[in-house]
Design a protein around this ligand. Structure first.
Ligand code: FAQ
Length: 318
């Protein structure tokens, strides 16, 4: 059994490791690292990768129904990017010693988590627009901060991901502006999406710092560069004014910025609902995992074929 308690680690190596992190050096896969650092990174990067691949599903269902050819093209490219982000992240997690097969197996059997927000249905086109604008915005807030973190392969993946996400954000903002400044029916559809997605969006940044389990150690080792509450505050600061500017509202009467502290005040999110959703009992958890299970089963022959490159196949006639 490998050590995961810090007291089991060599104190000299641990001190050297922490000094490197304090100096802002990157830790690379072949460097010495405490088992807990490895374990935490695998957990976090793996969950992030799963979120990208599952996150492709609610928007993916809108590709064929997006209004007009240009929107279809843009959404198709965005969804393809999200799946590509999962590939980058699975590769980063593999450098820490967990195989992709094991990660996918843990996703499908429910052992490993993914973002709460993708367990809600995208009923309307406006739901898809909300995801493209604000879920991507939330993801960028978190990822720009963490791209300056300590683990080299994860930071490099995040840098590339953030560059692509910034295009998604612009696309999503454009879609929301179009609906918010459109007909009465379009504006109402957009507002209804905000009413549905606001609570999951507040959950998206994770439990408040008071009850976050992993923040302390992850921040000490510069894996997380902003706390959950700091990310939530930054998101509110950047996007609530833009939402109000469009004449849209969010379903929280208490939401206001305290002019003295500069902090946003809001109704405490329902953390019981959050726990239910991340532990498998949200509106779409079963459906999301069922889709991934079918994809794994149907793709098995391709993976087997790739593992045996010398096998001879019948050449197609044309
Ligand atoms: N959903 O102690 P903490 C995207 C869990 S990418 C589900 O605070 P931590 C792109 C947490 O795992 C979105 N579970 O945890 C896109 C832990 O459970 P565990 C994903 C959550 O790690 C856009 C427990 O609660 N981004 O959207 C969530 O310090 C559009 C205690 O929580 C990332 O993964 C949650 N929201 O902080 C794709 C970024 N929050 O493992 C398609 C990397 C917490 O002990 C379309 N991850 N939990 O069983 C992180 O920055 C962190 O892991 C946090 C959570 C901030 C998510």
């Amino acid at each position: 059994m490998k050590a995961t308690a810090l007291t089991d680690e060599d104190p000299v190596k641990l001190a050297e490791f922490e000094a490197r992190i304090d100096r802002g050096e990157k830790i690379e896969p072949s460097d010495w690292m405490p088992q807990l650092y490895r374990k935490q990174l695998i957990r976090m990067i793996e969950q992030h990768a799963h979120s990208e691949i599952i996150g492709a599903l609610p928007e993916g269902t809108w590709i064929t129904r997006a209004p007009g050819f240009k929107r279809k093209l843009a959404l198709m490219a965005k969804v393809q990017d999200e799946v590509g982000h999962a590939q980058l992240l699975y590769s980063a997690a593999e450098t820490l010693g967990k195989s992709r097969e094991d990660m996918i197996a843990d996703l499908i059997n429910g052992k490993s988590k993914y973002s709460n927000i993708f367990n809600y249905p995208a009923f309307t086109w406006a739901d898809s627009c909300f995801i493209s604008w604000l879920v991507d915005a939330g993801a960028i807030v978190n990822q720009i901060a963490n791209s300056k973190g300590s683990y080299g392969p994860y930071c490099r993946a995040l840098e590339r991901i953030c560059a692509e996400e910034s295009f998604h954000l612009k696309y999503g903002h454009h879609c929301v502006i179009h609906l918010a400044t459109g007909t009465k029916v379009q504006r109402e559809m957009m507002q209804a999406a905000f009413n549905r997605w606001w609570a999951p969006m507040m959950h998206f940044f994770g439990p408040s710092d008071k009850i976050s389990v992993h923040s302390e150690i992850l921040m000490r080792w510069k894996v997380k560069m902003s706390s959950n509450d700091e990310c939530r505050q930054q998101f509110l600061d950047m996007y609530v004014p833009k939402i109000w500017e469009l004449g849209l509202t969010v379903p929280d009467d208490k939401l206001r910025k305290d002019p003295e502290t500069g902090q946003w005040e809001f109704t405490e999110p329902d953390w019981e609902e959050f726990k239910r959703v991340i532990n498998g009992d949200g509106p779409c958890n079963k459906e999301r995992l069922a889709v991934r299970r079918v994809a794994e089963e149907r793709g098995a022959w391709v993976r087997q074929a790739l593992l045996a490159p010398k096998t001879k196949y019948v050449a197609p006639l044309a």
